[in-house]
Design a protein. Structure first.
Length: 387
């Protein structure tokens, strides 16, 4: 079965050419076969297909690749958000309240909520998502979080080192022993990635190194939360260990930026966090101009960024972080794919997965130009129309 999407006014392929980051094709068409992209090009040159879809002159982009989310949790923290809006400072310790709610929720409750978030994301154009644990912080609860996540995505991250739980408050090194021992043993079979929150109030650099190196020894690839609440050594550690991504990066030194630019580590920016916490937005213009590869993600979580909307994050990145619309769309698609070390998503090119989004707009610019407006008209995932 082949499907031809034709009469595309603006096609974003992310196959760059002649200085065009997004590899834009005007008056384009895309052929889908067996869940993959079989051909792209000018609509007038399109091959025949079993089924034809008329895009009506609208824009088509790759499905969004959200490379940082925390979708398996119980409860919410609306009261904490209200307090922040009244002037209270954000602190990592609020995670413990979500841990309590998550431990008290059944697998069925967590699974139902997870699927609700995924449906929410899909309706907004997200076709690939990474999911972290980190709200169980016990062997049994972390194992069930990664197990539930693995039911819906191959991009599962074990984040037992999110914060030190209350029962280990006075024994953080003992908790690291648990994370790198029995907890890792239970979670590694369901996970692709290992992550740690290397930050004041969470884990020190030596503790973070222990966690990451233990995960690497078990075959998990490293990612790092760092420099969210203040400058630190987390970025340098991530680069040293070859992490696929360092996420947040709100407070970066010149040395951090130089190290990132010279590495394969992607810096994943999370605009929803700064929106929700009222911290300063990172200067994406400075990062891109320095040669850092940047991704955008939602960081969907109940404490610091309870949004699942990639278009919303794109709009913030353009309005407040110095990115052009093209750079922001690239970062939310191809950039996210690089942060997951994937070459089969985030692009519209022969051989890639047929994950596409049809916008109710003539160009991708409208994602930033019309913030808050539901512009996603249709979504294909693995070649199947799902929205």
């Amino acid at each position: 079965m082949t499907t031809l999407i034709t009469n595309i006014g603006e096609l974003t392929t992310n196959v760059g050419n002649d200085g065009d980051l997004c590899g834009t094709v005007k008056d384009a068409a895309v052929l889908i076969e067996d869940g993959r992209i079989a051909w792209t090009g000018a609509a007038g040159d399109a091959p025949a297909a079993d089924e034809t879809v008329d895009a009506g002159g609208k824009a088509v982009i790759p499905g969004f690749v959200d490379s940082h989310s925390h979708l398996v949790f119980g409860g919410d923290r609306a009261a904490e958000f209200e307090a922040r809006m009244a002037g209270q400072k954000y602190a990592a310790g609020g995670i413990r309240s979500t841990v309590a709610a998550t431990r008290g929720a059944s697998d069925e409750e967590l699974r139902a909520r997870l699927h609700g978030f995924l449906d929410e994301m899909l309706a907004q154009g997200t076709t690939t998502v990474e999911i972290k644990s980190g709200y169980g912080l016990s062997v049994v609860d972390e194992e069930r979080l990664v197990r539930l996540a693995a039911e819906v995505t191959p991009e599962v991250t074990f984040l037992g080192a999110h914060v030190v739980p209350a029962e280990y408050a006075d024994r953080p090194d003992d908790y690291v022993d648990l994370v790198t021992g029995p907890m890792l043993d239970a979670c590694a079979p369901h996970s692709r990635w290992i992550d740690v929150f290397c930050e004041t109030g969470a884990f020190t650099v030596p503790q973070s190194r222990r966690v990451l190196e233990a995960g690497i020894a078990r075959g998990l690839a490293p990612r790092v939360h760092a420099s969210q609440l203040g400058p630190g050594e987390g970025v340098q550690l991530a680069v040293e260990l070859g992490a696929a991504s360092i996420d947040h990066g709100t407070y970066l030194t010149d040395g951090d930026i130089t190290a990132l630019a010279a590495s394969d580590t992607v810096l994943t920016l999370l605009p929803g966090v700064e929106f929700s916490t009222r911290q300063p937005y990172p200067d994406a213009r400075r990062l891109i101009d320095a040669g850092v590869t940047v991704a955008l993600a939602c960081d969907t979580n109940p404490g610091s960024s309870f949004t699942s909307s990639m278009p919303f994050c794109i709009a913030i990145a353009v309005r407040d972080m110095g990115m052009t619309p093209a750079e922001a769309v690239w970062a939310a698609t191809a950039g996210g794919a690089r942060a997951l070390r994937r070459d089969d998503v985030g692009v519209i090119a022969p051989g890639a997965r047929a994950d596409l989004v049809l916008l109710d707009a003539p160009t991708r610019i409208h994602l930033a130009y019309r913030p808050g407006v539901p512009l996603v008209r249709a979504v294909w995932k693995d070649g199947v129309a799902v929205v």
